[in-house]
Design a protein around this ligand. Structure first.
Ligand code: SF4
Length: 326
């Protein structure tokens, strides 16, 4: 390893996805998504560790919903799941006592969603208690050797044993679920990564991954509506129309599918390694891919890409501590 490369790797840190640790490239599902969507986006987030200062409400809702489902499946108990979510909401409130009007509305909406969906969800999937045996919730993997000089990290939301063997379950909160998105799931890298991780940990084959979608409602808090009333209204809507909100897509990972996905991932990793070794300007190596700028709404790094790292732009970002990394 050259001194130059050593210096670069030390600067990048270790065991963080998209970087090198002891000569291995470390990858996670979220890093793969970023890197494949836009190299520059992966650079800002994983190499430079920059995240927007403004609250990412989708991430907040996702985190709280994952917590609710983790506790629910661990204890098979709605009350303890709601209690855990209420504690998380309270902690968030303590950390953000003064929100502007927009964020205040988003806070009420996020709280209403996570406190509203769970009862209807448990009723809709009440058969699970008979048919699913929970092996583990939040199965973390780190340093998992995926291929020569590539390690993977991440977490499987839920691992259950059903009548036909082990199943990995991935929870997803979405505003919209399109047919095209569902069709592409067998090709998603996490569809191969999660079964492999679960198999290594428990030494049992996993042939199936269930994508467990919870859709976010379109209803909004009315003018002068109390937060408690809004939560009740959201809860009622989830109960009245569960088929609108809950959906599962089952992806069977055959050996062929898994090989094809891993072949693709090998190429992604080779490209990433070459970028980490690049002696050129990182802004050249991690080039911009404008087709991704509006792919999932407006990219959070648009100001950086458009205006560069001037102080007024940098003030919009902070350093990511990495706690939310998959
Ligand atoms: S704004 Fe566009 S080019 Fe820049 S990081 Fe985002 S997706 Fe990539």
């Amino acid at each position: 390893m050259t001194t130059r490369l050593q210096t670069m790797l030390e600067r990048l840190g270790s065991k963080k996805s998209g970087t090198m640790s002891a000569g291995n490239l470390v990858v996670s599902p979220s890093w793969i998504d970023y890197f494949c969507a836009c190299k520059r986006k992966a650079y800002w987030k994983y190499n430079r560790r920059l995240v927007p200062r403004k609250i990412a409400w989708n991430l907040v809702i996702g985190t709280w919903a994952h917590l609710a489902l983790e506790v629910y499946y661990r204890d098979w108990d709605i009350d303890s799941a709601l209690q855990a979510v209420r504690a998380a909401i309270k902690e968030f409130r303590c950390q953000h006592p003064h929100l502007d009007v927009y964020d205040e509305n988003q806070f009420h909406l996020a709280s209403a969603i996570v406190l509203g969906f769970l009862t209807a969800y448990a009723q809709y999937y009440c058969w699970e208690q008979e048919k699913w045996w929970v092996v583990a919730t939040e199965v973390k993997f780190d340093g998992m050797r995926l291929m020569p000089r590539v390690q993977a990290k991440g977490r499987v939301d839920l691992l259950v044993e059903g009548p036909r063997g082990l199943v990995a379950v991935e929870h997803k909160t979405r505003s919209m679920i399109t047919g095209g998105y569902l069709q592409a799931l067998p090709m998603a890298y996490q569809s191969a990564l999660y079964p492999i991780a679960a198999e290594r940990k428990f030494d049992l084959p996993v042939h199936k991954i269930i994508y467990n979608f919870i859709r976010k409602p379109n209803i909004r808090q009315r003018k002068n509506e109390e937060p408690a009333d809004f939560i009740r209204r959201v809860r009622q809507d989830y109960s009245d129309r569960p088929q609108e909100y809950f959906y599962r897509e089952v992806v069977r990972m055959t050996g062929r599918r898994r090989r094809q996905t891993l072949d693709g991932l090998t190429q992604v990793c080779k490209e990433a390694r070459s970028k980490l070794r690049a002696t050129e300007d990182p802004l050249v190596a991690y080039y911009r891919e404008p087709t991704a700028c509006t792919m999932y709404g407006i990219c959070e790094y648009m100001p950086l890409c458009l205006r560069g790292e001037r102080s007024s732009v940098m003030a919009m970002y902070m350093t990511d501590k990495g706690e939310t990394e998959e």
